[in-house]
Design a protein around this ligand. Structure first.
Ligand code: OSB
Ligand code: MG
Length: 389
C-alpha cells in the first residue's frame, strides 16, 4: 500500500515468459443469490442476484471474476444471459485462440467486439486475479492505491412508506454507514428526501439516485431538492442525454453526478467539459474494466472532479476489486461499497464487515479474497466449461 501510482499499466510481473500465466480452461458459473431484502429502484425490484462468475484455470493457478450485469436489461442494455452469450461466443474465442494473453492485452484483443463492457470487465477481473496472484501482488497495489481502508455509504431502495424508509435509514446509520443514498423516482422524491433530512439532521451526508427516471421538463421539480443540501443528484436523465444534464446543471445548485452516462474515460472527459456533471460515479463493469476505471479516475482527477465507487450489488469477488479501486487518490467521497450483510445472508468469499463505517482494502495477492467453493456450488444454477481449442 501507499505505493506511488504507476503512470502506465505495466505487465503485473514482467520477468520473462512465465510472468503471463496460460489459461487452460474457463468455467462460467451462474449462481442465484437471494438478497436480504428486496431492492427497489426506478427501473424495477430485485429480490435475487443472478450472477455470472468467471473462473480461470491456468498453468499457474486460478483466477476469479464477476460480471455485474443484472438479470434484466433495466439499468443498462446489458443483462446476465446476454453477457454469458457474448463471453462464450465472441470474447473467449478471441482470447483462447492465442497462447498467453496478459490482462493488460485483453482490451486490444477484445476491441473488435463493440460495447458489452460488463462482459469484458468480468473477463478482465478474472485475468487480473490470475496474473496478480501468480505474481504475488495485490490489485490495490497494482492500481496505485493510497489508502488501506475506505469510507462506506449505503444505497437505500425505494421504500413502501416514508416510515419504513426512516427506519431503514436509522438502522444503517446505527451500523456506522457514513453516507446515505436514497433511490428516487417521480412522485417518491421531494417529500421522502425532506423526511430523511429532517429526521437525520443537517450533518448527514445525503444524496439521491434517480437512475434516469426524469426528463429535462422536470427541471423545476428537481430544483426543489436544492433546499436539502444534498451531496449530489445521480443520473437524473437518460444515459445518452449529456447535453440535457449540462442544461439541468445550470438550473440546480445540487451537483449532478453521472453513473449510467459514463461509459468510458473519453465520455467522462466530454461530460466534464460540457458541464454535464461535477462528480462521477465509477463502476468498473460499466466502463469495461478496472484499467478503464483507473483512466476515468485519472481524467476526473486531472480536471478537479471528485469520484466515488459505485456498486452493482456485487458478491465478495467484485466487492474486493471495487475496494482496491476505491483506495485510489481521487475517490474522496464515500462509495456504495457496503458490507456483505447489506446484500446477502451468506457471501461467496469471506464476508466484508463494516468497521467504524469503513471497509478494509484487501492486501492479499490478486483480488485478495478466497472463494468459498462449497457456497458457490450450493448456489449454482448452471455451469459451463470452455477449454482452449
Ligand atoms: O444505480 O447505483 C446504481 C444497484 C444496481 C444497479 C444500479 C445501481 C445500484 C445501487 C446499489 O445503487 C449499489 C450497491 O450497493 O451495490
Ligand atoms: Mg446509480
Amino acid at each position: 500500500m501507499n505505493q506511488p501510482a504507476t503512470p502506465v499499466f505495466p505487465a503485473p510481473a514482467g520477468r520473462g515468459a512465465r510472468a503471463v500465466p496460460r489459461v487452460e480452461a474457463v468455467e462460467l458459473v451462474r449462481i442465484a443469490m437471494p438478497l436480504v431484502a428486496p431492492f427497489r429502484t426506478s427501473f424495477g425490484v430485485q429480490t435475487e442476484r443472478d450472477v455470472l462468475l468467471v473462473h480461470l484455470l491456468g498453468d499457474a493457478g486460478e483466477g476469479w471474476g464477476e460480471c455485474v450485469a443484472m438479470q434484466e436489461p433495466g439499468y443498462s442494455s446489458e443483462y446476465t444471459e446476454g453477457a454469458q452469450q457474448v463471453i462464450e461466443h465472441h470474447l473467449l474465442p478471441r482470447i483462447l485462440a492465442r497462447d498467453r494473453v496478459g490482462a493488460a492485452e485483453l482490451e486490444s484483443a477484445l476491441a473488435p467486439v463493440r460495447g458489452h463492457r460488463m462482459a469484458k470487465a468480468a473477463l478482465e477481473m478474472a485475468w487480473l486475479d490470475l496474473e496478480l496472484r501468480a505474481a504475488g501482488r495485490s490489485l490495490a497495489a497494482y492500481l496505485g492505491a493510497v489508502r488501506s481502508e475506505v469510507d462506506c455509504g449505503v444505497s437505500v431502495g425505494i421504500a413502501a412508506t416514508t416510515q419504513e424508509l426512516l427506519e431503514t435509514v436509522a438502522g444503517y446509520l446505527d451500523q456506522g454507514y457514513r453516507r446515505i443514498k436514497l433511490k428516487i423516482e417521480p412522485g417518491l422524491d421531494i417529500e421522502r428526501v425532506r423526511a430523511v433530512r429532517e429526521g437525520c439532521g443537517p450533518d448527514l451526508l445525503l444524496q439521491v439516485d434517480a437512475n434516469a427516471a426524469y426528463t429535462l421538463d422536470d427541471a423545476d421539480h428537481l430544483a426543489r431538492l436544492d433546499e436539502f443540501n444534498l451531496v449530489l443528484i445521480e443520473q437524473p436523465l437518460p444515459e445518452e442525454e449529456l447535453l440535457g444534464h449540462a442544461k439541468l446543471a445550470r438550473r440546480l445548485t445540487t451537483p449532478i453526478c453521472l453513473d449510467e452516462s459514463i461509459t468510458s474515460a473519453a465520455v467522462a472527459a466530454e461530460a466534464i467539459e460540457m458541464g454535464a456533471c461535477g462528480i462521477v460515479n465509477i463502476k468498473p463493469g460499466r466502463v469495461g474494466g478496472y484499467l478503464e476505471a483507473r483512466r476515468v479516475h485519472d481524467v476526473c482527477a486531472t480536471r478537479g472532479v471528485p469520484v466515488w465507487c459505485g456498486g452493482m450489488l456485487e458478491t465478495g469477488i467484485g466487492r474486493a476489486a471495487n475496494l482496491a479501486l476505491a483506495a485510489l487518490p481521487d475517490f474522496t467521497l464515500p462509495g456504495d461499497t457496503s458490507a456483505s450483510d447489506r446484500y446477502f445472508h451468506q457471501d461467496i468469499t469471506e464476508p466484508f464487515v463494516l468497521e467504524n463505517g469503513r471497509l478494509r482494502v484487501p492486501t492479499g495477492p490478486g483480488l485478495g479474497v478466497e472463494v468459498r467453493r462449497d457456497v458457490v456450488d450450493s448456489l449454482t444454477t448452471r455451469r459451463t466449461v470452455i477449454r482452449r481449442p
